[in-house]
Design a protein around this ligand. Sequence first.
Ligand code: CU
Length: 121
Amino acid sequence: MKMFNFFSAIAFIILATLFMQACSKNNDTPPVGGGNNTDTVTIQATQFLPATLTVLIGTKVTWKNLDVNAHTVTSDDGISFSSGNISPNGLYSFTFTSPGSYLYHCTLHAGMTGTIQVVSR
Ligand SMILES: [Cu+2]
């Protein structure tokens, strides 16, 4: 009887440990589109760097203006996102919640263009 209880206890501990590991694994992995992903586009020398950035759906992209003059981050479709003027050393962020190819430009400088590719996996 004592031996049976001993093995029951061991079995219980093993099962409990496996259960807790399974749970913590789930908690540590952010779900796709969970909003924990971030990425950065640098604005420098009147360019978006990188010009094309691929991110997972749910990613918050931040543009950082390192030029001495203002720029904008304006989606070509005119509705997805529009930063207005970003001052030197200023930031603008947008979270992409739908997959697709988002072309954008700076309204102040012709030919200053970029693309954010949003993929689901
Ligand atoms: Cu510009």
